[in-house]
Write a protein that binds this ligand. Structure first.
Ligand code: NAP
Length: 365
């Protein structure tokens, strides 16, 4: 299949070649970049050549990968010569500058930033939810926002059974969502507070040590922040539900790694709890973790460094006979970013994997 794309000049095959690939990681020194390197190794992704790219600050430094020492290069047009796949995680402005050039040079770019997510001609893909979308790319595929990926994994299997009327979600987002330097800052400022000092933040807008604050992405005239609107707009696009009603409150919490979400889902009709539990227990990418007797439900530490999104405490909303409540935790550097990107690349190499993963969303009421 070939698809023309406004961001690239030439038609191209949608699938990735079967041979080992020449891969560039744009943002290789960052939190997501480091996870990408680890996952390529863990998942035995066939790599012919690996080019770590980062800012001029890191250029010339080396990093170890599969027993080799790789030199970090700055980003230039030549850096994408002969590259089959670019895994980009260096922020929106860097992706806007380089992703179209890399795609025009023949690479498939899987971009972790928000730069192209809402571009109607760029697919926004969660392989367990809308794998078929990956094949409509014209050189660039967007990896969704991390909180959105985690949420859609839980929503899609339920929406496939009964139409969703409205979603209300509150997030508890870890420091790692703001990158490697934010993780270091949380650790450093926590020590400062424990030592009786005054924590002064430089990376995040406030100290996260023994504190929390509303997500610091830019506020919109509506009073919502960008992160909250990403959850609305990206969930609609991924699930193919342009009229889905969803409202979010996003909060940064003093957790080092892995995000949590409290989710209220109103359906068009009552949804028996046990049915929802069974659907989620066998949904791809989801792990049911609930023990009501022991009051034991997902925690960020349960999912740190792991692939599945843990879901639990599924219960009837006592205020609405058509609504369910649930709680979920997921490692957002992994499934919320790096793993999702690599799963997209795996899908493009093996389209047969598409049917195994598909969960089609039923619709919105
Ligand atoms: P990070 O830890 O701050 O890493 C940023 C990376 O980008 C570093 O490798 C940095 O290189 C590189 N970079 C910065 N400016 C550059 C430039 N001008 N040219 C080339 N490289 C440059 O950030 P992150 O958390 O990994 O996030 C990276 C992207 O993924 C962002 O768009 C973010 O929104 C998205 N994302 C992050 C998460 C998450 O949980 N962290 C989840 C989903 C999506 P240097 O080390 O040389 O500065």
């Amino acid at each position: 299949m070939t698809v023309s794309h406004p961001l690239t000049t030439a038609a191209r095959p949608a699938a990735l070649p079967q041979r080992p690939l020449r891969i560039a990681i744009l943002g290789a020194t960052g939190a997501v970049g480091q996870e990408l390197l680890q996952l390529l190794d863990e998942r035995r992704f066939p790599v012919a050549e690996l080019r770590p790219l980062a800012s001029p600050r890191s250029a010339g430094q080396t990093l170890a990968w599969q027993g080799r020492s790789l030199t970090i290069e700055p980003v230039t047009e030549e850096a994408f010569d002969g590259v089959d796949l670019v895994l980009a995680s260096a922020g929106g402005s860097v992706s806007k500058q380089w992703a179209p050039l890399a795609a025009a040079a023949g690479a498939v770019v899987i971009d972790n930033s928000s730069a192209f997510r809402m571009d109607p001609s760029v697919p926004l893909v969660v392989p367990e939810v809308n794998p078929e979308a990956a094949f409509s790319h014209g050189g660039i595929i967007a990896n969704p926002n991390c909180t959105t990926i985690l949420l859609t994994l839980a929503l899609a299997p339920l929406a496939a059974r009964r139409p969703i009327r409205r979603v209300v979600v509150s997030t508890y987002q870890s420091a790692s969502g703001a990158g490697a330097r934010a993780m270091e800052e949380l650790q450093r400022l926590s020590r400062t507070v424990l030592d009786g000092g005054e924590p002064v933040s430089e990376v995040l807008p406030h100290s996260l040590a023994f504190n929390l604050f509303l997500h610091n992405s830019p506020l919109q005239p509506s009073g919502y922040c960008e992160e909250e609107l990403k959850m609305l707009n990206e969930t609609r696009k991924i699930m193919g539900l342009p009229d889905l009603r969803l409202t979010a409150t996003c909060v940064r919490v003093p957790v080092l790694r892995a995000h949590s979400e409290a989710v209220n889902i109103e359906f068009a009709e009552p949804f028996p709890v046990e049915e929802a539990r069974q659907l989620l227990a066998r949904a791809p990418g989801v792990e049911l973790l609930e023990n009501f007797e022991a009051n034991r439900f997902p925690m960020p530490t349960d999912v740190t460094g792991r692939d599945p999104v843990a879901v639990g405490r599924i219960r009837q909303d006592l205020s609405d006979p058509n609504a369910l409540e649930l709680w979920l935790c997921g490692d957002q550097i992994r499934k919320g970013a790096a793993l999702n990107a690599i799963q997209i690349a795996e899908l493009l190499r093996d389209p047969a994997g598409l049917t195994a993963a598909t969960v089609s969303a039923g619709g919105a009421a």
